[in-house]
Design a protein around this ligand. Structure first.
Ligand SMILES: *Cc1c(COP(=O)(O)O)cnc(C)c1O
Length: 395
């Protein structure tokens, strides 16, 4: 039987390869950090979501080891049977404290948090209004729910208002957006979204995967950046990016919402608890972030330094308030050549082109980290200048 499917899959794989879209993985032989070993070569990493530089932090590694000694390796259970330890409850409290929310529920990943948030709360009487650039996991979560779907162009408040007007017939409405969009690094206009939500009686949900730990005066996400604490009903987020980069996700927000998710959210009910080492290490992350703003402030300084120097060099960079810096090249082939040449120069960055970004919008995405120092940043900026000269790029 497999023969026919195999033929089909081989052709499918070939067409992916022919379109130049086959994803190859580079093997890292060091830990994740600002300097990594790839293919026997040491390079500077500018494409990890390691915003606060915690992926390889000694204190967090120590906390993970310590927690394995006290709480073991695995939970062998979902939360509601026998998979909840004191550290899981403490971590939920730490997340609530960090975001200024009422309660938090943990998931194995933010993909699961987004996958399990809509279906328990909304039915075919309700409306979900979603930004067109929202993460794949939000799109999948919405698909699992029977609510009527509306979509507005990225951060387009006129389109959002039209959706809200149309959705007045429904019982409940929720506006869903990423806090920071991963391709341009732009921040969702949460102040305007909250105003429209108030005007048209809608709830607001924000996915903070790229905004938490990054935006706001001390990195506490969109609540802090826009001073809208108490206006957002649901935040989802990950431990896999700024907060140590391990794995795990969460939904945090209104008490009754979180309560109901514990009763009905399928990825929570039918998937394993996060392992003790992750819970213990994540607790340490929030302790460190409460003690000091140093990680976040060095990230902000690095972003500022990099952007200023790149703009002064004449690069075309999307405006951003996040740690994502899109260096525009527009041409798909050029973006790939450019990234490959950067790697020769010891700088690991990724070139993105259609379908990940719109046609004619190819770019190199640079992700800054608190783990970068001035030497790293200067090397990266110099490499950008050198490669641009060699490839005779105009902008
Ligand atoms: C990375 C990401 C996710 C998925 O997070 P995981 O915890 O890795 O599953 C969800 N939403 C957004 C916006 C993300 O960037």
């Amino acid at each position: 039987m497999y023969g026919d499917l195999k033929k089909y899959l081989t052709a499918e794989l070939q067409s992916i390869e022919d379109a130049g879209l086959y994803k190859k993985e580079r093997i890292i032989t060091s830990s994740q950090s600002s300097e990594i070993e790839v293919g026997g070569k040491t390079v500077l990493n500018f494409c990890a979501n390691n915003y606060l530089g915690l992926s390889n932090n000694a204190r967090i590694i120590e906390a993970a080891k310590r927690t394995m000694d006290t709480h073991g390796f695995g939970m062998s259970s979902v939360r509601f049977i026998c998979g909840t330890q004191d550290i899981h409850k403490r971590l939920e409290a730490a997340v609530s404290n960090y975001f200024g929310t009422e309660d938090t529920i943990l998931y194995a990943a933010c993909f699961d948090a987004n996958g399990g948030v809509f279906e328990p709360l909304f039915s075919d009487e309700d409306a979900i209004i979603s930004d067109s650039l929202n993460h794949a996991s939000i799109i999948d979560g919405v698909r699992l729910c029977k609510a009527k779907r509306y979509r507005y162009a990225n951060a387009d408040m006129n389109e959002l208002e039209n959706c809200l007007l149309e959705a007045q017939a429904q019982r409940f409405r929720i506006i869903v957006t990423d806090g920071v969009f991963s391709m341009d690094g732009n921040v969702a206009p949460m102040d305007k979204i909250c105003n429209l939500a108030e005007k048209y009686k809608a709830l607001v949900m924000v996915d903070e995967c790229h905004s938490a730990g990054v935006v706001g005066k001390t990195g506490r996400g969109v609540n802090e950046l826009f001073n809208i604490c108490g206006h957002i009903d649901i935040h989802t987020g990950t431990f896999g990016k700024a907060f140590g980069g391990g794995i795990g996700g969460f939904t945090t927000g209104r008490k009754e919402i979180i309560d109901l998710l514990r009763q009905r959210s399928r990825p929570y009910l039918f998937s394993n608890s996060i392992p003790p080492a992750i819970a213990g290490a994540s607790l340490e992350v929030f302790k460190m972030l409460d003690e000091s703003d140093a990680f976040h402030s060095s990230l902000v300084e690095n972003v500022e330094y990099f952007r200023t120097k790149m703009l002064a060099s004449g690069f075309d960079i999307k405006p951003t308030q996040s740690a994502i810096c899109a260096v525009m090249l527009y041409d798909a082939k050029l973006s790939q050549e450019f990234a490959a040449r950067m790697l020769d120069e010891g700088i690991y960055v990724t070139g993105f082109y259609y379908p990940v970004v719109p046609h004619g919008q190819a770019r190199i995405r640079v992700q800054l980290s608190a783990a970068h120092n001035r030497t790293h940043l200067d090397k990266c900026i110099n490499a950008f200048n050198k490669v641009r000269g060699e490839l005779r790029v105009k902008n």
